[in-house]
Structures are given as C-alpha cells and as structure tokens.
Design a binder for this molecule. Structure first.
Ligand SMILES: Cc1cc2nc3c(=O)[nH]c(=O)nc-3n(C[C@H](O)[C@H](O)[C@H](O)COP(=O)(O)OP(=O)(O)OC[C@H]3O[C@@H](n4cnc5c(N)ncnc54)[C@H](O)[C@@H]3O)c2cc1C
Length: 416
C-alpha cells in the first residue's frame, strides 16, 4: 500500500518513547552531558518509573535502528574523552556483543523457542506464573517492576537483573517464560540482549556463574524504596541446559550500499530502520515491511506492536519528505508482495540489512527461497562495525572487549 494512503500518523505508544527519530535524537542530546562520570557513578540506581535519569533510556530506539549504535557512540565521543565515557560506551558494546554472540550461535534462539513450546507447568507453577505476570506475587519490588514493565514498556537494567533473578531462583519459574514475558512488553525487546541476558542471569552463559538478587543490593540501589528482607532465594540453584554446546560460526556480509543505483531497491525491516543510511535520494525505492500477523509464535503487546509499526511508518514518511524517496509499506511481507513491488518499479536487485537472529530471521528464511526463484538478486548487508566485531563475539565479553576502543574511535570519525 502506498504510504500516502496510510495517513494520518499512528498515535504515539506512550509519552516516554514517541516513535520518531526526532524524539530519539532529543533523548540522545539530553543525555550526552551525563554520559561520563555521572553515568559511571549513577547508572546502577533505579529511581523508579518515570525517574530513570541516571541512564539514557535510548534502548527502544537503538533496538529498532531509529538511531544506530555508531551514531550514539560518535555523539558521546564528541563531548567526552574515551576514558570518561568508557562505562557508557561499554554498555552500548554489550548490545553488539550479544547480537554477535547469537549470530554466531543461532541455535540458542531455536532451542529457546523449542523449550518454550514444550514447557509444561504444574498447577502450582501455573498459579505462580499468573501472579508474576499480574504483579501479584506479594514481593513488593517484583510486583512493582512487573507493573512498570507492562505500563511503560521499559525497565532499568538493574531491575531487569533483579526481576529475572527472582523469577528464576525465588519463584522457580522457567527462565524461558520470563524471557517471553519481557519480549512481550519491552519496547526494546531484543532476541539477543533478552535471551542471552536471561541465560546470563540463570548461569547458562558463563557456566555456573548465575546472578542472585540480594535484598541489601535492591535496597541500596533503589534508595530504600524496597526492603525485601527475607522472602528472596538465598542461593542460586544450578539450572540445567538441556542442549549440547554449540560451536560458533561467522558469516561476513557486504557493507551497506552507498546509495541505490538504477534498478536497485531497499527492503527496510521494522527492526532495522535506516534513516541514517547515506546516499538515499528521489531515485531510491524503499519497501518497509512490518509483519503484522505472522511475526513469530511469540506474542507482543499492543503498545509494542504500535511502537514498531509507527516507528517504521514515521521513518518512511520522513525519508519521503526529506529525501523524496519513493516509499511503500507492507504489513504482510511475503515473496509475492516483494515481487509485485519490485516489478512495479523495474527493480532487479534488492538490498536488505541482514535480519537479526530472532523472529525476523525466522520469517525471512521462509520468504527468501521463494524470492530466489523469481530471479531477483538479494544483497544482505551489515554495518561495518558488526563485520569487524562479530567474529570475536564467540566466547566471553573479555575477549570481545579488546576490539571496542578502535571501533569506537572509528565510529567517532564516521558518519553512519
Ligand atoms: C534479563 C535481561 C533482559 C534484557 N533484555 C533486553 C532487551 O530485550 N533489549 C535490550 O535492548 N536490552 C535488554 N537488556 C539489557 C539492558 O537492560 C537494556 O539495554 C538497558 O536497560 C536499556 O536501558 P537504557 O537505554 O537506559 O540503557 P543505558 O544504560 O543508557 O545503556 C545505553 C545502551 O546500551 C545498551 N545496553 C545497556 N546495557 C546493556 C546490556 N546489559 N546488554 C545489552 N545492551 C545494553 C542498550 O542499547 C542501551 O540503550 C536486558 C538485560 C537483562 C539483564
């Protein structure tokens, strides 16, 4: 459907995260003065819903590509020397690490889905699960975070760690269900950071090293808002990993195109928006794809759905207005829809950001073989920093860590 027929704009999901690039850039600009020492000292404090000023709250925008990791790093390094902003930069690189780690071991994602579909809760677990989802476990802090997650689509990192730990070790619920609950409600819900974040808390990422939420730590970093004396698990039981270890493998991809040539088009996924892609102009044909029905087996809440779709539509609208690109959007991506669009504009080559391991990659794996039969050439690209860093996202963060500074410095000198 041509974009012009889809006006007026969708309503914003919530006031905290308007789904526009301007909002993302404004959030980034507001945060930059705090990205140095302030972040280093304050980032672990969770001051409560609507008061998360110790962190950037950029994750929904970074997750869907409204702003790129490179842009964030470059903006921060314009105002801070590397050593001053190192802690913040490291967190941005944790995201790239998790993404690369899952890309190297896609079976972790399929195993997770398989586990999820095979889970059988007994009556008592089913009741606890419902209470956890409803914020009715009686654990004050946990219930507050459950509510905040569902109301705002966001949780502070420390709250995510405490929440996941209580879910697994105190409530004794399967981590896979907790990860699915997060993906359902987080605006930044990300198959890599989320699945691997939950595995890390459960002690499955670094074997035998789990994360236990301690009452004193919660009290300290919530400044006494919660005092969960007693009631929380005092030790982290070992969680078995039912799947065999998976060796890592890496596939390099071409860099993004520097603009589109005659006969070339760009497929833009709602999870990887590219408003910052260089060289787009009035000759550029872009098909935005939002898979309304068949995203995956995983449910997502209405605010998450609206955030994703609206971010995509607003990005396309922006590209059409600012760069006069010829944009369309489909909410039912399929080989037929793509072929019809390509034929309409005489396109023979389609560029696409390599889908991230997760729901989009699952869907793309069904579309691509059918599309291949049509004779269209598909070129999948990756940003240069992923090509640079993913090969070392095979083991712990320590090995990966060595590559961060040179890449961050190069990001500071690059534009996209
Ligand atoms: C169990 C669990 C589940 C998580 N699920 C997700 C998820 O689905 N999506 C997601 O984006 N992050 C996830 N995280 C990571 C982290 O909690 C969020 O990225 C962060 O809280 C986002 O808030 P912020 O933008 O204010 O972060 P800031 O502290 O301001 O950090 C800046 C950016 O760095 C990245 N980042 C920061 N911390 C991490 C981290 N630990 N791992 C990966 N990237 C990080 C994010 O892109 C973030 O926007 C999860 C963490 C845990 C423990």
């Amino acid at each position: 459907m041509p974009l012009s027929q889809s006006r007026p704009k969708f309503p914003a999901t919530n006031a905290l995260f308007p789904p526009t690039r301007d909002s993302a850039l404004a959030k980034l600009e507001h945060f930059i003065p705090f990205a140095g020492e302030h972040y280093r000292l304050e980032r672990n404090f969770d001051y409560g819903s609507g008061k998360h000023n110790s962190v950037s709250q950029l994750s929904p925008y970074i997750r869907n590509g409204t702003i790129s990791e490179s842009e964030v790093v470059a903006s921060v390094l314009k105002s801070h020397p590397y050593h001053e902003a190192e802690k913040f930069l490291q967190e941005v690189f944790w995201r790239i690490y998790w993404k690369g780690y899952l890309d190297n071991r896609p079976a972790l994602w399929t195993n997770y889905l398989e586990d999820l579909s095979e889970l059988n809760l007994d009556a008592s677990q089913a009741k606890t699960h419902q209470q956890a989802r409803n914020g009715a476990t009686g654990i004050d802090s946990f219930d507050t975070w459950s509510e905040e997650l569902q109301q705002t689509g966001y949780l502070h990192n420390h709250a995510r760690m405490w929440f996941a730990s209580i879910w697994i070790f105190t409530l004794k619920l399967p981590w896979q269900l907790g990860a699915a609950f997060f993906l359902e409600h987080l605006l930044d819900g990300d198959p890599a950071s989320n699945t691997l974040g939950w595995r890390w808390v459960a002690g499955l990422h670094t074997k035998g090293k789990s994360y236990l939420a301690r009452p004193s730590n919660i009290t300290r970093y919530t400044q006494g808002r919660f005092q969960p004396a007693g009631g929380l698990a005092a030790e982290a039981i070992s969680i078995p990993d039912s799947h065999p270890a998976i060796p890592a493998s890496y596939k390099k991809r071409p860099a993004p195109p520097q603009g589109l040539q005659q006969g070339e088009g760009l497929l833009m996924l709602d999870e990887d928006l590219r408003p910052h892609l260089e060289g787009l102009d009035e000759k550029s044909h872009i098909l935005g794809m939002y898979p309304q029905n068949d995203y995956s087996q995983l449910p997502c809440s209405e605010p998450v759905r609206v955030f994703r779709e609206t971010s995509l539509r607003n990005t396309l609208q922006d590209l059409s207005e600012r760069k006069s690109c010829c944009v369309e959007v489909t909410t039912h991506p399929s080989s037929e829809a793509i072929e019809t669009w390509a034929q309409k504009y005489g396109l023979h080559t389609l560029w696409l950001a390599q889908p991230q391991i997760g729901p989009w990659n699952d869907l793309w794996s069904e579309i691509e073989p059918r599309l291949a039969k049509s004779g269209l050439q598909i070129l999948k690209f990756r940003p240069w920093w992923e090509n640079e860093l993913f090969p070392s996202a095979t083991h712990g963060f320590f090995k990966f860590h060595k590559g961060i500074k040179p890449v961050a410095t190069r990001m500071a000198n690059a534009t996209s």
